[in-house]
Structures are given as structure tokens and as C-alpha cells.
Design a protein. Structure first.
Lengths: 252, 305
């Protein structure tokens, strides 16, 4: 909170009329064995050097949390010889693993298309298909499939009206990160808008990392696969021996 | 209680995994099979990626087969020489199986391959077992003695003959090597021990005495699944130790209870129950392949670039 106050004071002087400052309840999420998802509380305020303008439209806020992007291979099944087989495949060049868009209203009503494109607000602007193969029909359906499947898995979500704005100054929202999260640096961005134009933006990162036993096992499996394989077998042999020993004890 | 699996990268209910391990362990204890053919499809149904399910199941079978081998060693019902020949074939088969698995994974066809293998092998083995045990029940009802099997087949005409003392056999090493090879490939692709193929092959094809069959096949399975685990761990990074451990705990307890129930049932009844179960899993997998899926698209990691 001290950081927030310093930021507020620093922001008191500049030329822009309205600016946004924000913070998160946590900048770090640890994926441990018992990880069941996490709630991130995003809160902040609008700082002004003059009273809020009355001749412009309402103040609107969008909070975007976006996970690491990676290309995704999307495959479509077709019926071949009576069974369903993966056939056409399209690589969607960029798709975040997770994206949440919380706002004070429907995105179409509060921000212009140009700014949605510029600030990558909306599924269509974060899930990108750049060079599509020419020999596959209906290529866009592959991109839409990424959005649909990840929405079903709770990884993509649009939450209109989820941001609470108090007396045009204070705002807050809660974004739930699901349990099926992957590691990486997640970006939290806050956009401030009037008349569908972005006035100011604020950005911070959330570090999502595997921790403890999870970290150890994952690292071992990828960095020392041979040792990991041998260890897995030894654990299995130990358990098998233990079972036989217990069984024998029962028989006596 | 949800638990986050480090390699599968999904959160699954820990009690569900313990329960699955227990249920499959119960059945494997009752019928004397590894239960991999039930567990791998079940893991895929609950949302474990198929590649992780297959590799992790191989790891779990190491434990259950080792436990079984120890019991058979005490009773001296393991034919080591036969086991080693089967194992030599198994290691070669496992190596090619993992290579094939990786190749098909890159093509995006691994799920299809796993499903097709299951449908074909479960269908054939389940069907044969069902017919055979029906006949056995009918014969025992009519009071006739079951015909003894022929001890000399085409198998006995091949070169490279070896003497297997424990099995009381003098046959070519080629058929057991090939049986081992087939089982090794299946272990790598299907995440099963392969006992349900190997045991009938040893009895009917090689003519081994029934009392050493189970111990010897477990001996081979233990090494082949161990080798498969190692290959999957080093080449595909798909062995999930946490998942394996949870399945193990449930499986070990289930197997103890199952073995006690199994003793109380007649052999023919056991076999017909097992055959029914095998055919049920087969039918479910076939149904999923034929019926139009709810979601035609699947997502995977992009690779190769």
C-alpha cells in the first residue's frame, strides 16, 4: 500500500487529465500439490489533477489478465472408414493459455474497435492465426475452436459488469485463476476509458510458478529424465515389495 | 481433495484416483491380470492426457507385477530361462513400440492408435475367452472330461531348439521370442502388461504347463514395463510419479481383497466374468470411435518448428 501512495503522489503532476493506478492482492501464485486455483483481487483508483470532466461520456474500466502465449496445434476429426480420425491440422500461431476480461460493461459498448485492436482487448485479438494453410477449408473454425474449448475449460472468460466502480474513482474486481493453470508470467492490465477511447493503462505481472514437490518432480523429469525414470521404477518396486511383505504378514 | 499432477498438468481428485486404483486392483486380484487394459482407458476418461496415462500405467504395472513375482518365486513357479527369452523379445518390442508411439504422437494419431489397439485386442481376447469358458461350463455340466490339448504343433518344427527344464519343454526359441516382442510393443503403445495376450499364447501356442505360466509372464512383464517406463520417461517425459503413486496405493489394497474374493469363485465363472468385462471395455471404446463426437476439434502442443 505504501507503494500505491508513492505512485499516487508521483502521478499528481503529469499533463494527462485522468490516470489509473492499481495493485493486486498477490503478484505470485504457487502451484503446489494441493493447488485448487487462486483468486486475484485487482483494485485501484483514478487520479486526477482537476475535477472529473462532465462533458464526456462515462468512465469505464477493463481489467485483463493474460497468461503466457504459445502456438497451439488444432486438429479436426473426420469420418474415415466409419470411425472418427484426426485429419486436418492447423497451427494457431498465438493463443494465451489463460485470459480473463473483466469490465464495467459489455466490451462493444465501452471501447472502440481500434482501441480493442491496439490494446488486444477481446478473444479475437489475442488468439491469432497469422499464416493459415491454403489447403484446409474453413480455417477460421480452428481458431474459434481454441476459444470455444478453452472457454469450456474455464481458461478463457469474459466478465462484463464484474468490475465495480465507486464514485468514478475507486474500482475493484476479483479474477479466479482455475486449477488447470500452467507456469509463466501472467500480465495484469487495467485500461481506463471514456467515450470508447483508452485514456490510460496500467500493467503489472503475476508470476505463476510450480513450487515445492511439484517443482522438484517437474524439473527432475525434464532435466534428469534417466534418474527420474529409474527413481519411478524404484518407487514402484518398493511398493510392490511392500505389498508382498504385508500380504505375507496377513497370511501368517 | 484435488491434487495437481506435476507432469499431466491437471488437477484431479485424489480419492477418485485411489478409488480407481482400488477397483482395478480388486479386479486384478480376482482374475490374476494386471488390469492395465482397464486402467489406461479409465485414466483417459477422467481427463489424463493419453500419453501420460500410457506411460504412467506402465510404471504402475512394474509394482503390481513385482509383487506377484515375489509370491511366485517363493512357490518356485517361475521358468527363468523361458522368462529371459520372452524378455529378450519384449525389450526389442518395447523399444520399437516407444519409437512408434513418439512418431504417431507427432502426427497427432496416438489416441487413434491406442483406441484401435484396444478395440482389436480386447475384442479378440475377450471373445475367445467368452466362447472358451462357455464351452467349459457346458462340458462340466454334461459331465464330460475336458479334452487334453495337443502337445505337438507346428511350433515344434522350428530351428534354434532350447531345453526349458522348469516348463518341461524342448522347443525352438523363436516362438517365445516373437510372443515377447508382440507383448513389448503392446506394453509401449497400450500401457498394459500384456498378460492377457501372453498367458493364452504360452498355454496354447508354446504348450507350457499352467502352473509356471503366470509367474513367468509376470517376470517378463515386470522387466518390460520397467524398460518401457524408462523409455517413456527419457524420450516423451510423460511418466507422472505422483499419479503412479496414488494408483499404486489403491491398487495394492484392492488386489489383496480381490485375491480373497477370487479364491471363492470357480475358475470358469471367473473367466466368463473377466471376458464380459473385457468385452464391455472394448464396446465402450468402439462406441466412442464410431459415434460423432461432441467436439470435433482437439488442441495439442505445436511442435516440430
Amino acid at each position: 500500500m505504501r507503494w500505491l501512495l508513492t505512485a499516487l503522489m508521483l502521478l499528481a503532476s503529469p499533463a494527462m487529465a485522468e490516470q489509473v493506478v492499481a495493485d493486486l492482492s498477490q503478484n505470485r501464485v504457487s502451484i503446489t500439490t494441493s493447488f485448487e486455483g487462486s483468486d486475484i483481487f485487482v483494485f485501484g483508483a483514478v487520479s486526477r489533477d482537476a475535477p472529473a470532466p462532465t462533458d464526456q461520456g462515462d468512465l469505464e474500466v477493463i481489467v485483463k489478465v493474460i497468461g503466457p502465449s504459445a502456438p497451439v496445434m488444432v486438429r479436426r476429426k473426420d469420418r474415415r472408414f466409419g470411425i472418427w480420425v484426426n485429419n486436418d491440422a492447423v497451427e494457431v500461431d498465438r493463443a494465451p493459455h489463460f485470459v480473463a476480461l473483466a469490465s464495467t460493461g459489455e466490451l462493444d459498448d465501452i471501447v472502440s474497435f481500434t482501441d480493442r485492436m491496439r490494446y488486444e482487448i477481446g478473444y479475437d485479438h489475442v488468439v491469432r492465426l497469422i499464416d493459415a494453410p491454403a489447403d484446409v477449408e474453413n480455417v477460421q473454425s480452428f481458431r474459434e475452436a481454441v476459444i470455444r474449448i478453452r472457454e469450456d475449460e474455464g481458461l478463457y472468460k469474459q466478465l462484463p459488469d464484474a468490475v465495480k466502480l465507486t464514485s468514478d474513482t475507486l474500482f475493484s474486481t476479483r479474477i479466479a485463476l482455475p486449477a488447470n493453470l500452467v507456469e509463466g508470467d501472467y500480465l495484469a492490465r487495467v485500461y481506463l476509458m471514456r467515450d470508447k477511447n483508452v485514456l490510460d493503462a496500467f500493467e503489472t505481472t503475476i508470476a505463476v510458478r510450480k513450487a515445492g514437490l511439484e517443482r522438484w518432480i517437474y524439473n527432475l523429469a525434464h532435466e534428469q529424465p534417466l534418474i527420474y525414470g529409474i527413481l519411478s521404477i524404484l518407487v514402484a518396486l518398493g511398493a510392490g515389495w511392500g505389498a508382498a511383505a504385508v500380504f505375507r504378514a496377513f497370511q501368517r | 481433495m484435488n491434487i495437481y499432477l506435476p507432469i499431466a498438468e491437471v488437477a484431479v481428485n485424489a480419492y477418485l484416483l485411489l478409488g480407481l486404483g482400488g477397483a482395478v486392483g480388486l479386479l486384478s486380484g480376482m482374475f490374476g491380470v494386471g488390469g492395465g487394459f482397464l486402467m489406461t482407458p479409465l485414466l483417459i476418461f477422467i481427463g489424463i492426457p493419453p500419453a501420460v496415462a500410457v506411460a504412467t500405467e506402465a510404471n504402475q504395472i512394474v509394482a503390481s507385477s513385482f509383487s506377484g513375482v515375489l509370491a511366485h518365486l517363493r512357490r518356485k513357479t517361475v521358468d527363468f530361462k523361458m522368462g529371459l527369452v520372452l524378455l529378450a523379445g519384449g525389450l526389442v518390442g518395447s523399444f520399437f513400440g516407444v519409437e512408434l508411439f513418439q512418431f504417431l504422437r507427432e502426427l497427432g494419431q496416438v489416441e487413434l492408435l491406442v483406441s484401435l489397439c484396444y478395440v482389436i485386442f480386447l475384442g479378440v481376447v475377450g471373445g475367445l475367452m467368452f466362447i472358451e469358458s462357455l464351452n467349459a461350463i457346458r462340458k462340466s455340466r454334461s459331465g464330460k472330461k475336458i479334452a487334453t490339448r495337443r502337445r505337438h504343433t507346428w511350433v515344434h518344427g522350428l530351428p534354434l531348439k532350447m531345453r526349458f527344464r522348469a516348463s518341461n519343454l524342448y522347443i525352438s526359441a523363436i516362438p517365445p521370442f516373437l510372443v515377447g516382442l508382440l507383448v513389448g510393443v503392446l506394453a509401449a503403445i497400450m500401457g498394459v502388461g500384456g498378460g492377457f495376450i501372453m498367458v493364452p499364447a504360452m498355454i496354447y501356442l508354446l504348450g507350457m504347463p499352467t502352473n509356471v505360466v503366470v509367474g513367468t509372464s509376470l517376470f517378463q512383464i515386470m522387466f518390460v514395463t520397467g524398460f518401457t517406463t524408462l523409455l517413456h520417461a527419457t524420450q516423451n517425459f510423460t511418466v507422472d510419479a505422483v499419479l503412479a503413486l496414488l494408483l499404486l496405493i489403491g491398487g495394492v489394497i484392492g488386489a489383496q481383497i480381490g485375491a480373497r474374493i477370487g479364491v471363492k469363485l470357480k475358475a470358469e465363472q471367473l473367466r466368463i466374468l473377466l471376458a464380459g468385462m473385457v468385452l464391455l471395455v472394448c464396446a465402450k471404446l468402439l462406441f466412442d470411435l464410431v459415434v460423432t463426437p461432441a467436439e470435433l476439434y482437439t488442441l495439442g502442443a505445436a511442435g516440430g518448428h
